[in-house]
Design a protein around this ligand. Structure first.
Ligand code: SAM
Ligand code: DTB
Ligand code: SF4
Length: 368
């Protein structure tokens, strides 16, 4: 993904970000039209496949076990219920499903095998499949890719300098490594950040600079406004003004002209006019459906109305890349073979019991 050569230094980026608002929006809208169809906006639905109980200390996150929030922890959803939710999202216009798990990292266990099955099933529905499962190694990324994963979401969240103020249980470097592992496996990268956590404008620019330094910047960059959840360390953060969201979207659009900028968490606090300016300034995607992972989001119907009023159309799946081919997963094939073998053994044992069964003679124990 291209980087705009006009803005290479931190100073030039800050100057761009702080330009008179409408000048900034105009510049962003001009670039947006050169690289994208400005009427198309992708609807992506989120699904929390494993909720809460996370060991990490991300200061914004209601799913961290150590904070006392209203989030109820749930173990991994079943493959069947994921398919049902995916179908519902698709019938409401979503062309992408992002499955999120409150995990520090992916582990090579049965839960991961089930996630592989979910990825295959959603890819079979002709939706772009995205996962956000925490850190992962290269082999895990390869398994996800072979299952048909289109994108991996792993946010850098903020600048390297501010990051440590919000999270202590893993490093910025760990996040960069996970993004690299997704890339090496040939998965497209979705990575962005959160504004409104108490960071300075320099940190918002610092986030963008981290992506500029990458050999291949992300195919999509989600821009989230902090959802300040009661019980988290950031619960008292003052909400950002929607102008700040518009500035961040526009700056991201100008710096990464080919990337899809996703207007992400925080839309319930914006009005339609504010969101319209974000679309004008280059937002090409939203999270759709009444829930993000654990917090509220505008309902499908509200967004349908907004699309109608603004003349927007939902973007089709795979408009920006080919549908991944699903390659059968060795581990799942082996697991299914063993399960079938075991079922046969049990069946045979049942037959044995029925034909050869002779009740044991009861020996009277005489005690004196
Ligand atoms: N556990 C995985 C991880 O941290 O990568 C995946 C799920 S995690 C909830 C995904 C992203 O959601 C985080 O990186 C963060 O950017 C965003 N997020 C979480 N809580 C948020 C909040 N309260 N407001 C805005 N964004 C939030
Ligand atoms: C992203 O950047 N934002 C989404 C998605 N990627 C996974 C998550 C937002 C979560 C907001 C808080 C919640 O609902 O728990
Ligand atoms: Fe866990 Fe992810 Fe939440 Fe951090 S953001 S606490 S890793 S679920």
């Amino acid at each position: 993904m291209k980087v705009n050569p006009t803005y290479q230094t931190k100073e030039s980026l800050i100057e761009l970000h702080n330009k008179p608002l409408l000048e900034l929006v105009f510049e962003a809208a001009t670039i947006h039209r050169q690289y994208h169809n400005p009427r198309e906006v992708q609807m992506s639905s989120l699904l929390s496949i494993k909720t809460g109980g996370c060991s990490e200390d991300c200061g914004y996150c209601p799913q961290a076990a150590r904070y006392h929030t209203d989030v109820e922890a749930h173990k991994l959803m079943t493959v069947e219920s994921v398919i049902e939710q995916a179908k519902n999202a698709k019938s409401n216009g979503s062309s992408r499903l992002c499955m999120g798990a409150a995990w520090r990292e992916v582990r090579d266990n049965k839960d991961f095998d089930n996630v592989i099955e979910m990825v295959q099933a959603v890819n079979d529905l002709d939706m772009e499949v995205c996962c956000t499962l925490g850190m992962m190694n290269e082999q895990q990324a390869v398994r996800l890719k072979q299952a048909g994963l289109f994108a991996y979401n792993h946010n850098l969240d903020s600048s390297p300098e501010f990051y440590g103020d919000v999270i202590s249980t893993r490093e910025y470097e760990d996040r960069l490594n996970t993004i690299d592992n997704a890339r090496k496996a040939g998965i497209t990268v979705c990575s962005g950040g959160i504004i409104g956590m108490g960071e300075a404008i320099e940190d918002r620019i610092g986030l963008l600079m981290s992506y500029m330094k990458m050999e291949n910047p992300p195919e999509s960059i989600p821009i989230n406004a902090l959802v300040a959840v009661e019980g988290t360390p950031l619960e008292d953060q003052k909400p950002i003004e929607q102008w700040e969201m518009i500035r961040m979207v526009a700056t991201t659009r100008i710096v990464f002209p080919e990337t899809v900028v996703r207007l992400s968490a925080g839309r319930t606090k914006m009005n339609m006019e504010g969101q319209a300016l974000c679309f004008l300034a280059g937002a090409g995607s939203i999270f759709a459906g009444d829930k993000l992972l654990t917090t509220p989001n505008p309902e499908f119907n509200e967004d349908k109305e907004m699309f109608e009023i603004l003349g927007l159309i939902p973007k089709m799946a795979f408009a920006d890349g080919e549908k991944p081919v699903t390659i059968p997963d060795e581990i799942i094939i082996e697991r299914k073979r063993k399960e079938a073998e075991r079922a046969l053994e049990l069946e045979a044992a049942k037959g044995q019991i029925n034909s050869d069964f002779e009740p044991r003679k009861i020996v009277q124990v005489v005690s004196n």
